[in-house]
Design a protein around this ligand. Structure first.
Ligand SMILES: [Zn+2]
Length: 580
């Protein structure tokens, strides 16, 4: 069991004896009354300390975490998770909640009703949950705090978007294209919920609302591509943006500088975290809302779409106890998803995994996830993580020499390090590390594998049809596939005789787009002595790296994409859109 949170011990000294106490009162019998009062005050303190000591001992004996809540600042957000009546009835209070973890303290954590309550909360908030043993004194302290949460708390938080409201609107949408018609008829007060309902229903990852000269444009990003959804009258803008600011918890009266806010929507089946960013532009403020859905728990390693030899080689590399696995690609190319699929495969009881990320995109039970901040950078975080004796470390991104050096050091000293690097492809990784100032003789032995990747949209199964390819494009395809390693060529030999490709026509199921969902296309560079030798030479170009990797049998992203197009998973257009 991991004890992640402990209130400071109020006193490390031994409990004072009555004799000590009396002598500390001065032993002067002349002022009996005040001595008596001081005595009973002190006695009360001693009882409390003794109570905490016993509670702590009891918790240790049962293997349950313990916390002393007296003097602990419990946020209204946390406290209000369990309502007052239930807290009194079950002697249980929620004393910590950060959107990812819920911690409940109870004087009787083994009570099945308390356990049921925690299970319910875990499900409702899509959080990890921990039960703590607390003393009677802690409980009373926390129960008193309920007085401070005014009944108005919910209202103070401003606009709320509820499941009922979203349900009401989402029934009216079959696609984001229906938003225009609906929103024209809507009251201003309904608009925010309606936009969110349409976005959730159409599986959008981002909502863009931009002021233009005469109107306001609403666009949704679906599977990585922005689609126009609706145009609004400019008159509505001021009020609409005020409501969105209230929802996101930012200052309504500020419109001349950028602001960031966030809010979570709790649905029965999932939690949706919304990060809203407000930016002043020449036509008024623009808003971008990113929807992070807790139900998007990610893929299994086997389902990422990594094929053939690459899959076998990469699987071998991630099962090694040390070294670095790096994923590369631009923002939004699915790097984190890949690393989490790897983590999912490696996440076992006997393995300690710690992450440092910005932001935390997926929740994973059994993994210690931490978030960077101004005072907790990737480098600082990584330094303290290494001291926590982990087996596997995930660093969200390596973008400076300090982080790179600690990561390499960790990889060389018995840790498996997973991270991402912002380069175009696998071949660019080593030159990028070296340009940061990394030492070649440390980098070469620390790398296990480099994954270059992009996401392509998958053709909608419901409206897939064969498509004619122009002769020029067909030549490009043949040239690319012709350079495949022998083994890969053999695997698709029958398809090569009659090259067929597909696209989606557009139907109800795919909102008329022709695509639904995305899959990765990959190139995987596995380290070997030849590549190491090149790194050790110290001056390495992307060109050299690519040449040696291909010579060693690397299938490029474009080739992997074209094979997926041949298999009817994606289209040739998609492959050439993302990989040249
Ligand atoms: Zn379709």
């Amino acid at each position: 069991m991991r004890y992640e949170l402990c209130a400071p011990m109020s006193d490390n000294k031994k409990v004072q004896s009555i004799e000590d106490l009396i002598s500390s009162l001065g032993g002067n019998a002349g002022d009996d009354e005040s001595a008596q009062q001081k005595f009973s005050e002190k006695q009360g303190e001693i009882n409390k300390k003794e109570m905490e000591r016993l509670t702590r001992q009891k918790a240790a004996g049962k293997g349950i975490p313990y916390v002393d809540l007296a003097g602990f600042a419990v946020s209204p957000d946390a406290l209000s998770i369990i309502d007052e009546q239930e807290a009194i009835k079950l002697s249980a209070v929620c004393f910590y909640y950060d959107g990812q973890k819920i911690r409940v303290g109870s004087t009787d954590p083994e009570n099945s009703e308390v356990k049921d309550l925690l299970d319910k909360l875990k499900e409702k908030y899509h959080c990890q949950g921990t039960l703590y043993l607390i003393s009677e004194n802690s409980l009373n302290f926390a129960l008193k705090l309920y007085k401070n949460i005014s009944k108005k708390y919910e209202e103070v938080k401003g606009v709320k978007v509820t499941e009922e409201e979203l349900d009401k609107y989402s029934g009216r949408f079959s696609s984001f294209k229906d938003l225009q018609e609906q929103i024209n008829k809507a009251e201003l007060t309904e608009m925010v919920s309606m936009i969110l309902a349409a976005a959730i229903k159409s599986n959008a990852s981002d909502i863009h609302i931009e002021g233009e000269e005469k109107s306001i444009k609403i666009r949704f990003r679906v599977d990585g591509i922005l689609h126009d959804s609706a145009v609004l009258d400019k008159e509505a803008w001021k009020k609409l943006i005020s409501r969105m600011k209230m929802l996101a918890g930012v200052k309504i009266n500020i419109s001349d500088r950028p602001q960031d806010g966030r809010v979570s929507i709790y649905l029965k089946s999932e939690r949706i975290d919304i990060r809203a960013s407000f930016l002043p532009t020449s036509y008024g403020e623009s808003v971008v809302m990113r929807l992070l859905r807790s139900s998007a728990v990610g893929f299994a390693f086997e389902e990422l779409g990594i094929r053939g030899q690459s899959f076998k080689q990469l699987e071998r590399e991630i099962l090694r106890p040390n070294g670095m696995i790096i994923t590369t690609g631009p923002t939004g190319s699915g790097k984190t998803t890949t690393l989490y699929a790897v983590l999912k495969k490696l996440n076992k009881h006997e393995t300690k995994i710690i992450t440092i990320e910005d932001p935390i995109e997926y929740q994973m039970e059994g993994v210690n996830q931490s978030q960077t901040s101004d005072k907790y950078t990737f480098a600082q975080g990584l330094r303290s993580i290494v001291r926590q004796d982990p087996d596997i470390i995930l660093v969200g991104e390596i973008r400076d020499l300090e982080t790179a050096e600690i990561a390499i050091q960790a990889a060389l000293t018995g840790h498996l390090v997973l991270s991402t690097l912002h380069t175009n492809d696998a071949a660019g990784t080593v030159p990028r590390f070296l340009s940061m100032g990394t030492k070649p003789f440390l980098l070469a032995p620390s790398l296990n594998a480099i994954i270059g990747q992009r996401l392509v949209r998958k053709i909608c199964d419901n409206c897939k049809q064969e498509v004619k390819i122009s002769p020029e494009i067909m030549d490009r395809i043949k040239e690319s596939l012709g350079k495949l390693p022998l083994e890969e060529k053999k695997a698709i030999a029958d398809k090569m005789l009659d090259l067929k490709f597909y696209q989606g026509k557009g139907c109800q199921k795919c909102q008329g787009i022709g695509y639904r969902g995305r899959i990765g296309i990959y190139e995987i560079m596995i380290m070997n002595s030849e590549i190491e030798k090149i790194i050790l030479s110290g001056s390495v170009s992307e060109y050299d790296m690519r040449a040696v990797a291909v010579k060693n049998g690397m299938v490029t992203m474009a080739q992997d994409g074209l094979i997926k197009a041949l298999e009817g998973i994606t289209s040739v257009d998609e492959v050439f859109r993302v990989a040249k």
